[in-house]
Write a protein that binds this ligand. Structure first.
Ligand code: HEC
Length: 112
């Protein structure tokens, strides 16, 4: 029994080593959003996000970023991209994942 426990624990720690590192929200924001939303999401040609959309429920934030619908259910105007039909610079053409969008929101939350 003791052996089985150790075997399972060892397997679990091996699995967590094999898992990809969590997405880097700061780098993703810098590369894909800061040109419009300003350094640290403080605002630029596009609205500030830190202390604003950074505090939305993650589902609402994901919808805004991926589908271009704001917290009131209204479409966001261009040039805000609809990221589900685009790709982050480092992702070679694949659409952003929710984990990446959540990492960006978490980063913005720490900047408010
Ligand atoms: C090319 C410029 C541009 C880029 C790049 C851009 N945005 Fe935007 N974004 C905008 C504009 C402009 C608006 C406001 C649209 C409106 O008011 O209808 C906006 C609105 C938003 C909103 C809604 C804000 C609110 O308070 O209603 C969120 C959330 C958002 N952007 C997140 C992001 C994230 C995250 C990224 C990077 C992955 C990003 N944007 C990249 C231009 C951009």
């Amino acid at each position: 029994m003791k052996h089985a426990f150790f075997a399972i624990t060892a397997m679990m720690s091996l699995c967590s080593f094999a898992m990809a590192a969590p997405p880097d929200g700061a780098a993703l924001f810098q590369d894909n959003c800061s040109a419009c939303h300003g350094p640290k999401g403080a605002g630029g040609s596009a609205p500030k996000l830190a202390g604003d959309a950074s505090e939305w429920k993650s589902k609402v934030f994901e919808r805004a970023v991926l589908s271009g619908i704001d917290d009131h259910g209204k479409p966001l105007k261009a040039p805000m991209p609809h990221w589900k039909t685009a790709s982050f610079t480092a992702d070679n053409g694949t659409a952003p994942t929710k984990a990446e969008v959540d990492a960006i929101q978490h980063y913005l939350h720490t900047q408010k």
